[in-house]
Design a protein around this ligand. Structure first.
Ligand SMILES: [Zn+2]
Length: 160
């Protein structure tokens, strides 16, 4: 089921997510909200959903798992009994969402110019957005988290 309908499934999730964020992507603004950073190996995507290139679906999926604590971070795998070692490759005892996004020295360089870090947003705001912030601020957070996940390469699959 996941296989056969996975594209539509992902599109639906993105729509749901956009609604969750109270973010309405305006197709006319696609040029300005497109996420521009691509893995070199990936061709430019030809499909877009509400302005989000389909290739970003993976990053969206990762963000959902980061929210739920069921990502491939070592602590999450440990919690799910998939691993005996919750520690991070940097030596920290617990590689969880907060560590990955806010603390881990492996990604310090990625935080230098990122919106979510420049403004010191809380983990909750980074993961869910914040209705007290403007549409543009929420959009900047969304984009920033995506780019962080992409650039960290933490969830890149080695095979398949
Ligand atoms: Zn670390």
């Amino acid at each position: 089921m996941e296989k056969g309908n996975s594209l539509n499934d992902h599109l639906q999730k993105i729509s749901t997510w956009a609604n969750t964020w109270q973010v309405k992507f305006n197709p006319e603004n696609t040029e300005t909200i497109q996420f521009s950073r691509k893995r070199i190996a990936n061709p430019r995507p030809s499909l877009f959903m509400q302005g989000i290139p389909i290739n970003e679906v993976d990053e969206h999926k990762h963000l959902v798992t980061l929210r739920r604590g069921c990502s491939d971070l070592n602590y999450h795998k440990f919690e799910r009994h998939l691993s005996n070692d919750p520690s991070c490759s940097c030596g920290a005892p617990r590689e969880d969402t907060q560590h990955y996004l806010l603390v881990c020295p492996n990604y310090t360089v990625l935080r230098n110019d990122a919106e979510i870090y420049k403004h010191g947003y809380s983990l909750k705001t980074i993961l869910y957005g914040n209705s007290d912030l403007s549409y543009l601020d929420n959009l900047a957070i969304l984009k920033s988290v995506y780019l962080f996940v992409i650039d960290s390469r933490r969830f890149d699959t080695k095979c398949g």
